[in-house]
Write a protein that binds this ligand. Structure first.
Ligand SMILES: [Zn+2]
Ligand SMILES: [Zn+2]
Length: 949
């Protein structure tokens, strides 16, 4: 950057008059169309600082626009005779013969002139000055910063951008859109802070712009840039995902010496407002972040953005003696991204996150270095070792240059990686089943759907062979309401491993309720029901059992029950790669798509409004089936179905899916693209469909990842009462019998050999046909051969809670105690209050009198609000709260945490209790909602395990 003469540098930085566009348009290149995305990704065009306001096509290498916009810009954008050639653009786009507007200059301005040249250049120069003290860097940074400050108040994304134009003039921002501007403004404030001391003596800088002194230059920057930016944050014109504008505000406030800095900074913690993007952290960390540390946005990628933003905000606030690291939830937000990792290499690609190939989200040395310094937890040091952020590799970010390297001492290195264990993140709504060797994992999502979530409740991902074997399709083509395939396919229900009802995407947004969760040697399982996911259902329930066949091997039994509705489609898919049918005869591929022989791929055939030619609105509201994305649809003619997938780009990473028979079900094989625009690789789906009035379906499949040969050689369905499922699973000469029913209690008789009323029963037979192992979950009357089996019941009542310490006191029933207290650690306790069931993992257990004090691994506090008024048992608040559906059955308490009053319901700022609080809270006081209260039942899943040999 030093090589650019001042005058030229000054000239090249755009002013507010030049429009910005982060996309050229939806049609791609004027010549090569959408191929640019396949070739160059989301932002495919090439820019070059030596060719300002021009972009190069990544496919053909041709440059756009045809006119010299830079000359037009230097002339004050007046001389229209300069708008020459076939692709002339005056800044507001070139309109093609197809009627599409291509924002050629806008794209060049956004990416080339602003981001890559001016903004990145400014950051690098300011950082170089901080590191070297060489004033030449500060001077060039000043040239850029002053030019920006002069135009900053006039920058108005609403009036000057493609995105605002297509969304009706209502999209805020300054240089960039309101979300990205949070980062821009943060960096502008940081750059000013970095070069601040060099400005007063920089006469050349003052002269270049015609100011009498360096002080006058600083006044300009503080009033035109910092003050205007802070105003824009409060006006919502600079506003991002949670944490982004807070970071921007903290950065601006601390750098700007005058103004009510303390009030601004305190507001970051204490502000009480109905706006969930501006609410203070004291509330946000409970009302917008689930108790296990996951924010409400669902996508692990976007959620980790909160953690990252709060860490940088924390670093800024520390300069004003505000310590965010004391907030226990920030620590949970650091742990949660690690808690959900499967087989040590994959973060579930849930919602708008990840891709079919897998990978890790929290690869941020900056966050975990700061976390390790703040908390000293060896887990973070181990993670830093894993992602390369210790020792010589410590210096991964600019800020890390100012701290000594992280040294992991031998003892921390030697601490064995905690044994992989299954985990319920029951606040967020994710069940994780993981074998002890951490080589096979399942993540099943049943939580609420946040802004970056998909319509995918009860979808699961399977990890084995080092790979995602039944992958979520991941991040859509774009984050943009005007691209139909995002809504008809990428976010839609049918593309996920779950059930689509009545040919529409999922509707309701209550989280599922976990009825069973077990992790014992040989069997890991979750059984979760989410009936309000669709209107008119009484059951939408999946029980997934992971049954081990070796230290690294096992198979899944999937039982998905749906009651109600008139059309059910159970959808499963394997990884990208080769597919073959092992058994089952299928017809020829049908013409057209699953939506019909004449329905084109991706057509919105079931949305009369959005499918009209010339429709210009967004596609957020599309609620249809997405069936038009399936091609090569083949119907089964006969036989059972077993299919095998071989994952592409991996050796011996295979999957077998066997779908079992059910009366009236139709079985289809079909292909669909990973995504309609950027990832056109086909994925093989198996779709199982039932139609009829008031349907009652039980979809069953046996799924096995394997390397050379699957262990499962055959499956027989055994005859049992309708609500139960019993399978004989042959593994060569050995076999397993698996019996499952929604709840324990109904007697299931399987010949003389097995009689069970358990929720889950697994009996493993050896080669000579003798039972070698028995696992029973729930139930009270189980006989295997001559033996009577009784699962150990651990059951009690909550007698006290200490939410700040995450502690619950439980008095167990006589004979219902846990035995060794250590045995409780890492297990999950289910707390029951009426219809409400919540699960918490136990971190510590100690005896206290005749009771046990449990310290939980996640938060007990799940909501916090400021009282507006109290009307008997109703409390009204204006505090932003996102989690209304989870509050019924929780307990209201005041800051003394002395008494607990059950909540009947919560909706839009009205919290209705079952009775008035004993001491009604005064106006402006805070009330907390606690997940567990005295009188709740506390129980562990009753399990019996017996290995006979
Ligand atoms: Zn092109
Ligand atoms: Zn998805």
């Amino acid at each position: 950057m030093l090589a650019w003469p001042d005058e030229q540098l000054k000239q090249m930085i755009p002013t507010a008059e030049v429009p910005r566009a982060f996309n050229v348009g939806t049609a791609g290149c004027p010549v090569h169309g959408k191929k640019v995305y396949a070739k160059g990704g989301t932002y495919p065009w090439v820019t070059d600082p030596n060719r300002p306001f021009k972009i190069k096509c990544p496919v053909g290498g041709e440059w756009y626009p045809s006119n010299d916009f830079y000359a037009y810009f230097r002339g004050g954008m007046k001389d229209r005779s300069l708008l020459t050639g076939p692709y002339a653009d005056d800044g507001w786009g070139w309109v093609g013969p197809n009627g599409e507007r291509y924002w050629l200059v806008g794209y060049a301005c956004h990416w080339g002139s602003w981001r890559r040249f001016a903004l990145n250049g400014l950051d690098s120069l300011a950082q170089a000055y901080l590191l070297t003290g060489d004033r030449r860097y500060a001077h060039k940074a000043g040239v850029i910063l002053v030019k920006i400050a002069r135009t900053y108040p006039a920058l108005d994304y609403c009036q000057q951008s493609r995105y605002s134009q297509i969304s009706g003039g209502n999209y805020h921002g300054k240089i960039l859109n309101c979300i990205w501007e949070t980062g821009v403004f943060t960096n502008l404030a940081r750059a000013y802070d970095a070069i601040w001391d060099a400005i007063d003596n920089d006469k050349a800088l003052a002269e270049l712009y015609g100011y009498p002194s360096g002080e006058a230059v600083r006044n300009l920057i503080e009033s035109n840039l910092l003050e205007d930016g802070i105003d824009a944050i409060f006006a919502g014109k600079i506003r991002g995902n949670f944490g982004m504008h807070q970071r921007a505000l903290a950065s601006g406030a601390i750098v700007r010496q005058t103004g009510p800095m303390r009030k601004w900074l305190d507001g970051i913690l204490t502000k009480d407002t109905a706006s969930h993007s501006h609410i203070g952290l004291n509330y946000a960390l409970y009302n917008l972040v689930y108790r296990d540390g996951m924010p409400y946005e669902t996508s692990p990628g976007y959620c980790f953005g909160w953690t990252r933003n709060l860490y940088t905000t924390a670093a800024v606030l520390a300069k004003a003696d505000i310590n965010l690291f004391e907030l226990p939830k920030l620590r949970s937000m650091t742990d949660a991204p690690l808690d959900m990792i499967c087989i040590d290499r994959h973060t579930p690609a849930l919602g708008d996150a990840g891709n079919v190939w897998g990978g890790l989200t929290p690869k941020s040395p900056g966050v975990y270095q700061t976390a390790y310094r703040a908390y000293g937890d060896a887990r973070y040091a181990r993670w830093l070792e894993r992602i390369g952020g210790t020792g010589e590799k410590s210096f991964k970010t600019f800020d890390s240059l100012f701290d000594p390297p992280i040294k992991v001492d031998a003892s921390a290195k030697a601490t064995p990686q905690a044994k992989a264990s299954s985990r319920l993140m029951d606040g967020y709504g994710m069940a994780l089943l993981r074998n002890a060797a951490n080589t096979m994992g399942v993540s099943l999502y049943y939580g609420m759907r946040g802004g970056h979530g998909h319509f995918d409740r009860l979808h699961f991902d399977l990890y084995a062979n080092g790979q995602p074997m039944m992958p979520d399709l991941g991040y859509p083509d774009f984050m943009n309401g005007y691209v139909s395939g995002i809504y008809s396919w990428s976010k839609n229900t049918i593309n996920h491993n779950t059930v689509t009802v009545n040919r529409v995407r999922q509707q309701g947004n209550d989280p599922g309720v976990v009825h069973h969760f077990v992790d014992v040697d040989g069997l890991r399982a979750v059984d979760v029901d989410a009936p309000t996911t669709y209107a008119d259902l009484t059951m939408y329930r999946r029980c997934l059992m992971q049954i081990e066949t070796g230290p690294d091997d096992g198979y899944l039994v999937d039982v998905f029950r749906v009651r109600g509705g008139e059309d059910h489609v159970y959808s499963l898919h394997g990884p990208p790669g080769a597919f073959e049918t092992v058994s089952g005869e299928f017809g020829e591929p049908a013409k057209g798509t699953l939506a019909g022989p004449d329905v084109a791929v991706g057509a919105l055939y079931d949305d009369p409004v959005r499918s009209k030619p010339g429709y210009k609105g967004t596609y957020y509201g599309y609620t249809g089936s997405g069936y038009s994305h399936f091609v090569n649809v083949r119907r089964r003619l006969g036989g059972s179905f077993v299919g095998q997938w071989q994952r592409a780009k991996a050796d011996k990473a295979r999957l077998q899916i066997r779908v079992l028979v059910q009366p009236g079900q139709e079985l289809l094989l079909a292909d669909a693209q990973v995504s309609p625009i950027k990832h056109k690789r086909l994925i093989k789906y198996v779709l199982v469909r039932r139609e009829g009035k008031d349907l009652d379906s039980t979809f069953i499949s046996v799924i096995e990842p394997f390397r050379d040969r699957p262990a499962v050689t055959g499956v027989k369905q055994l005859k049992v009462p309708a609500s139960a499922v019993a399978l004989q699973i042959d593994r060569g000469k050995r076999h397993d019998v698996v019996i499952q029913q929604p709840e324990a209690g109904q007697m299931v008789q399987l010949s003389e050999a097995i009689r069970t009323d358990a929720a889950m029963t697994l009996v493993r037979y050896d080669e000579s046909g003798r039972p070698a192992k028995t696992i029973v979950v729930g139930g009270s009357d189980v006989r295997i051969g001559q033996r009577r089996v009784t699962p150990h019941r651990i059951d009690g009542e909550v007698t006290g809670v200490n939410p700040k310490a995450r502690q619950v006191i439980v008095r167990f029933k006589p004979g219902g105690g846990p035995g060794a207290l250590d045995a409780l650690v890492d297990r999950h306790v289910c707390f029951v209050h009426g219809q409400r069931r919540v699960w918490h993992p136990v971190a510590r257990a100690e005896a206290t009198g005749d009771s046990v004090r449990l310290t939980l691994a996640d938060d007990l506090l799940i909501g916090r609000f400021r009282v507006e008024r109290v009307e008997g048992s109703k409390i009204v608040t204006r505090t932003a709260m996102m989690f209304d559906p989870i509050y019924a059955g929780s307990h209201a308490t005041d800051a003394s945490f002395g008494s607990y009053t059950p909540v009947r319901s919560a909706k839009r700022g009205e919290i209705i209790l079952t009775r008035p609080m004993p001491r009604p809270p005064e106006r402006s006081r805070d009330v907390w909602l606690c997940d567990v209260g005295p009188g709740d039942r506390a129980a562990l899943e009753p399990v019996f395990v017996d290995e006979l040999d």
